[in-house]
Write a protein that binds this ligand. Sequence first.
Ligand SMILES: Nc1ncnc2c1ncn2[C@@H]1O[C@H](COP(=O)(O)OP(=O)(O)OP(=O)(O)O)[C@@H](O)[C@H]1O
Length: 260
Amino acid sequence: MKNDVLLTVERVSKTFVQREQAAEKTVLNNICLQVSGHQFVSILGHSGVGKSTLLRMIAGLMQPTSGVVTFEHQLVTEPSRRMSMVFQNFALFPWLTVRKNISFGLEGQPGLSRQAINDRVTQLIELIGLVGLDDVYPHELSGGMKQRVGFARALAVNPDLLLLDEPFSALDVLIGQQLSQDFIRLWEQNLLQTQSIIMVTHNIEEAVRLSDVVYVLGGTPGEVVRVYYLNQPRNERTMQQIMQKTIEITNQFKHDMQSE
Ligand SMILES: Nc1ncnc2c1ncn2[C@@H]1O[C@H](COP(=O)(O)OP(=O)(O)OP(=O)(O)O)[C@@H](O)[C@H]1O
């Protein structure tokens, strides 16, 4: 599957009807984007440019006003078990334990026995670094641990495509970096069945550190203004190279914003 196209966004635009003002607002215009097998793609842009809206359309939670999203050449018209999402604010169920939060998406799945569900959850608890926290409730966890549960829950259904909506931005910088490193290591060692990842972020350094491809959104309505291909393998990128690229993208971004 490596290099095969997994997902395409083709000429997608989105207009919201604002009822209170009886007006329309076009948020995204003519977005084209492609994700291949074993690729980490970031969507980078300032607040309000339409990143989450784009991710929701990719997930099938919302339909484009025009254009199409395809997953393995099939039109995306509704959410699918083959994609799952990790949210900025964790979105855990406060009344469920860590174990129950993780198993949530597996319950009632045809052909999955109780034993199979338990085994899958135990495996994820070990992989994601949650050992000993099975029976703990979300309010007893730190932000970093909550987000580990968020990742484990999204990964439980073995999604082919994982969608990350600012997954580290609510965490302390070092905690976020540790979680992203741990997660990337599991993914690169093929310990997860997830083929590809799309991450929405406004953090340029994070996008440079983690991605193979970075799409920069800008303007009003939001459009793809730049695409960066980071060809060097992630584990060979030095801190200096990451900082250099971050500065280059930051300067280009400022320049693009000024010339709008
Ligand atoms: N359901 C909706 N109805 C009307 N307007 C919406 C709706 N969802 C989003 N918007 C508007 O679309 C614009 C883009 O929102 P979106 O959340 O996609 O941006 P974003 O780039 O993810 O921002 P942030 O980084 O702050 O989360 C905003 O102006 C927002 O108010």
